[in-house]
Design a protein around this ligand. Structure first.
Ligand code: UMA
Length: 416
């Protein structure tokens, strides 16, 4: 794509990605227009003003055809579903290419990308991969779904650098030519079924990571999914075992491609104590441990957390619920033996209550803070109060980090 000839670029969504894209486009000398479905009142006026003064035009409260008329390219944030949004119809009518941020940034870099996708554990794997590659290479960048937009650093990347990207299915929906030098598929479990017609479509979006790869590139694939992806692969395939330690196995395979030995992965792993909001111990109060696993936004992720906590022989008081993503919770019914009591919050509380009420005592709480208090009241020395919601956070919080921080604050309040 020849972006030099494009004068005006439209950006869909005024959030982390949209802001970062607007900044990047301004430095590239483009005229920038931002279109956002929510009303202006939802956003910081001061921030809008900073960008408006630099010439950025805004449209809030919807996406109109008129606003896009003079744009030569549309770049969308991952949260925008092009299958449903009016933006795609407008772009088609105006014959404007519509791409995602990952694709656009890929056009701007000559560095090699290591892309990692999967349903669960991809942030941890991506971060660990970044740390391991840093052991050998000076210039390694980290970004993507992990919370650092690619557009925020792409201009600093150079030819021999490495870019480690966590890639969500949303980001992989809107690629055209993007092809990582190493593409890794960690695992796939039902998730985001509120966005996709079914599990097959969700998986297909993930498999896009391999779509444009070249024969001299690498596909690192969990062997459980090999039969399904084999036909898509054009790159050289490196399978890894999809067992208990799939995160570390995957990182070890990626490291091997850069001649980094297993021992380095083990050493880096030993010094890495996990990411915030992922099975993070907040504190112990009167022998009761409080664990923040707000990042668990689907049942498979919560199952993983339950298994880890159960291994230590602890009884669990589980706080769950949030924005339902159309997935079934039934797969967890037989795995609930270690759960002593369930405290439910958010939109999905009635649905989860129905699925588990015959398995363990379950109650619906009006807020996360109330759920924390209730769980504490019911816990005994040696128990674990675990926030592992199985759902997205957007019904009650800005994102999973805000949910995790509110949990931590509520726990801290118990002991103050
Ligand atoms: N919007 C529109 N029109 C629409 C739909 C949405 O204008 O039709 C607006 C929304 O009102 C919002 C913006 O577009 O203001 C959407 O932004 P976004 O949801 O893409 O949010 P960002 O803050 O840019 O965050 C995104 C990723 N969010 C999603 O994929 C939902 C972040 O992943 C990512 O960290 C960030 O880019 C940086 O790359 C979060 C996530 O929940 C962590 N990811 C999902 C997951 O991990 O399961 C995929």
């Amino acid at each position: 794509m020849n972006i030099e000839s494009i004068e005006t670029v439209a950006v869909g969504g005024w959030s982390k990605t949209g802001m970062s894209l607007a900044k990047l486009l301004l430095t590239l000398g483009k005229k920038v227009k931002v279109t956002e479905e929510r009303e202006r009142g939802c956003f910081s006026p001061a921030l809008i003003d900073v960008f408006a003064r630099k010439g950025v035009c805004f449209e809030f409260g919807g996406h109109s055809l008129r606003f896009l008329r003079d744009a030569g390219l549309l770049i969308v944030s991952p949260g925008i579903d092009l299958q449903r949004s009016a933006l795609s119809a407008h772009a088609r009518e105006l014959c404007i290419p519509a791409v995602g941020e990952i694709e656009f940034c890929f056009w701007l870099t000559r560095a090699r990308c290591v892309g990692i996708t999967g349903t669960n554990g991809k942030s941890t794997t991506t971060f660990l991969t970044y740390l391991v590659l840093k052991e050998k290479r000076k210039r390694v960048f980290l970004g993507g779904n992990i919370g650092i937009p690619f557009s925020s650093f792409v201009r600093r990347t150079r030819k021999n650098d490495l870019i480690v990207l966590e890639l969500s299915s949303f980001q992989l929906e809107t690629i055209l030519e993007f092809h990582p030098f190493v593409a890794a598929l960690l695992n796939i479990e039902p998730d985001h079924l509120d966005r996709y017609p079914g599990y097959a479509e969700y998986k297909a979006a993930k498999f896009n990571i391999f779509r444009n790869q070249r024969p001299d590139e690498w596909a690192v694939v969990n062997e459980r999914f090999l039969p399904e992806v084999r036909q898509t692969l054009r790159a050289r395939c490196v399978p890894f075992s999809g067992g208990e330690n799939e995160n570390v196995d995957c990182v070890t395979r990626i490291a091997g491609l850069f001649q980094i030995p297993r021992e380095t992965v083990t050493a880096v792993g030993a010094g890495f104590h996990g990411l915030p909001h992922r099975l993070q111990t907040v504190k112990k109060i009167q022998g009761i441990s409080f664990i923040n696993d707000s990042k668990a936004t689907n049942p498979a992720s919560t199952l993983w957390a339950l298994q880890r906590v159960k291994k230590k022989g602890k009884r669990i008081l589980l706080i769950a619920g949030g924005k339902d993503k159309g997935v079934s919770y039934e797969c967890l019914r037989d795995k609930f033996s270690g759960v002593k009591q369930l405290f439910l919050i958010g939109e999905s509380a009635p649905k989860i209550h129905k699925a588990f009420r015959d398995r363990c005592p379950a109650e619906i709480c009006p807020s996360l803070e109330e759920a924390v208090k209730e769980a504490y009241r019911n816990a005994q020395r040696g128990d674990v109060v675990l926030l592992s919601p199985m759902c997205a956070s957007f019904d009650m919080f800005r994102n999973y980090t805000e949910r995790g921080s509110r949990f931590t604050a509520a726990v801290n309040k118990l002991s103050s």
